[in-house]
Design a protein around this ligand. Structure first.
Ligand code: AMP
Length: 583
């Protein structure tokens, strides 16, 4: 498939027409120095030029997909709006990406358009890597989590390394070092990004061309109070990194030339750059409990033998031994995108790999642009329910005192519902579980929802039930600060279900009460959940609810997504069909 790949930046647009299967580049160019608001005009020229190659779809690089996108997405109005909502997370990049998308959609309304996100590759990072050590409510409110970037590059070189090593990606622990003007390291454990050095923004991590990378947050506070926020932003994003340290240039070639002449600033910048990459390699080997190959890519990683040597030297303890001459002679091409510079006896490989983000974007675009691909991202956000309970008025009175009201601890995703400040202890025949949160508002019936693991702990046997269906369910004792209640029924193991609006139901082609399957893919423990109940109400928010045991089984955390699969058994057809809009 011929794909027009557009990388629309704040002042430049890079573009290619690529044959997605062969990788053949039919057209390549860049328009520089675009003034604010000039994207449409610049793109009109590009599209005219590209038209001669009759592209069949357009792929857009989008820097920030926030929490909304864990995969590439076919662009429609809702996807455009979701990209817009990520603007605060990438104020320089996303508006430029959007300008490119809007211009292309206007000029080429009949071609499928796909957004490929820098962040999506990192969407399955474990929580311990994703979360900063901040109060989590606050981090959630402001979106202060590690998103990671350079996803198209890290996934491209990881795949190329696996192909070269003739081993499945799912058997390899890789450390991918994308060293260009922007730079990041990524730990890819058995095919999944489990850590990466860029964080909430592309500013964290390695020293880059003009970005500082890691800095004591205390130093940022000092700079903000001395220089103001705007000036600090400019300093850290545009005047730091190797350019700032050297005082010469953000271009590694210039620094290497000046360092050879004895320039102290250039020498220090090179040392800081190499030191930090080495530090991350060591850290990520520890994160994964070992490493099978280190990948060096990006303009610096692919071209600077001396930087590669600085980075790789004295890493023998990780099994990384490289051949000096192989390193010096490494030459890459699209036909030969991987050069192994390891010593033959090395336990772990040192690979120089050519990245090709455009080809990755083109292949993603081709995948989603195929006729049966979804017009909209139809994946379902997944929420993990910890054990909790709902109370009726009478039980509330006994547990917390007559007339006591639930106080809001925090709102939960389904409109009108909240986690309350009140907690209750559950007492079973075998043992007890203390501090179980009550969800509000009060309901007409008591309902206690626990996982199978909780059941074993409590020593009870709860039936699997949809919400509200508590007749004949298991007994349990509730202990509150003011009293104890013996419930003769009300304890259930919640049936997994999806909340959706009538419009969602229509888009998915399902109805209230349907049972569907939801597939979790792309992670370390892919799993398809069966017997998922569809619940439709106009006040619902699209979300699948599973309990902690179920989430653990698929190694999921909040923010994950699943794909709906529907069983066509009702129509007498055996088997399951992955459900996509338009198919
Ligand atoms: P990228 O952002 O991936 O295009 O990488 C740009 C960086 O790669 C710049 O710092 C360049 O100076 C650097 N680079 C490109 N070629 C060489 C080279 N032959 N030696 C050293 N650095 C290079």
């Amino acid at each position: 498939m011929r794909i027009l790949v557009i990388n629309s930046g704040s002042s430049s647009i890079k573009y290619q027409v690529v044959e997605s299967e062969s990788g053949e580049v039919l057209l390549k160019g860049a328009t520089e120095r675009i003034a604010a608001g000039g994207h449409a005009e610049a793109l009109a020229g590009i599209l005219e030029e590209a038209a001669a190659h009759t592209p069949q779809a357009v792929g857009h690089r989008v820097v920030h997909g926030g929490r909304s996108f864990t995969d590439s997405a076919r662009i429609d109005a809702s996807v455009e709006a979701a990209i817009e909502s990520c603007v605060p997370l990438a104020p320089l990049h996303n508006p430029a990406n959007l300008a490119g998308i809007r211009a292309a959609r206007e000029v080429l309304p009949d071609l499928p358009q796909v957004a490929v996100f820098d962040t999506a590759f990192h969407a399955r990072m474990p929580n311990r890597a994703r979360s900063y050590a901040l109060p989590q409510d606050l981090a959630e409110e402001y979106g202060i989590v590690r998103y990671g970037f350079h996803g198209s590059s890290h996934s491209c070189v990881a795949q190329r390394a696996a192909t070269h090593l003739r081993r499945p990606l799912t058997e390899l622990r890789l450390i991918s070092c994308h060293l260009g003007n922007g730079a990041s390291v990524c730990a890819i454990e058995y095919g999944t990004s489990v850590e990466t050095s860029m964080g909430m923004t592309p500013l964290e991590g390695l020293a880059m061309g003009t970005r500082s990378g890691d800095l004591d947050p205390g130093a940022v506070l000092t700079l903000c109070s001395e220089l103001g926020i705007k000036e600090t932003d400019t300093l850290l994003n545009r005047k730091s990194g190797i350019a700032g340290v050297s005082g010469i240039s953000n271009d590694m070639r210039d620094l290497e030339a000046k360092a050879a002449e004895g320039h102290e600033g250039a020498r220090l910048a090179i040392k800081i750059f190499a030191h930090r990459v080495r530090k991350y390699i060591g850290a990520y080997a520890a994160v994964m409990g070992g490493v099978d190959a280190v990948i060096l890519t990006g303009g610096i990683g692919q071209n600077s033998a001396s930087m590669r040597q600085r980075i790789l030297q004295r890493l023998e303890f990780l099994g990384l031994q490289f051949e000096i001459f192989a390193n010096n002679d490494a030459k890459l091409s699209e036909a030969n995108p991987v050069v192994d510079i390891s010593a033959s006896h090395a336990r772990a490989r040192s690979l120089v790999v050519a990245t090709n983000e455009e080809l990755t974007i083109a292949r993603e675009t081709a995948r989603l642009a195929k006729a049966d691909a979804p017009a909209t991202d139809l994946s379902i956000p997944i929420a993990i329910s910890a054990r909790h309970l709902h109370l009726d008025r009478e039980t509330m009175d006994i547990l917390f005192g007559k007339g006591a009201e639930l106080e809001v601890h925090k709102k939960i995703s389904q409109p009108g519902q909240f986690a309350s400040k009140q907690k209750v202890n559950l007492i079973g025949p075998r043992s007890r579980i203390d501090g179980v949160r009550v969800l509000g508002p009060l309901r007409s019936k008591n309902q206690v929802e626990v996982s199978r693991t909780d059941e074993y702990k409590l020593g009870v046997d709860a039936p699997i039930r949809g919400s509200g269906k508590v007749e004949g369910s298991a007994p349990i004792v509730l202990e509150g600060p003011k009293g104890t209640v013996e419930l003769s029924e009300g304890l259930i193991c919640a049936r997994r279900h999806i909340h959706m609006t009538p419009a969602d139901a229509e888009a998915f082609g399902v109805k209230q009460g349907d049972e569907v399957e939801v597939a979790i893919t792309g992670g370390p423990r892919d799993l398809t959940f069966g017997d998922v109940l569809v619940r439709v109400k106009s006040s619902y928010l699209l979300e699948m609810h599973i309990d902690t045991d179920e989430a653990n089984a698929a190694e999921l955390s909040n923010g994950a997504e699943g794909d709906l699969i529907y069983s066509s058994a009702g129509e007498g057809v055996q088997g399951c069909l992955r459900k996509h809009a338009g198919s």
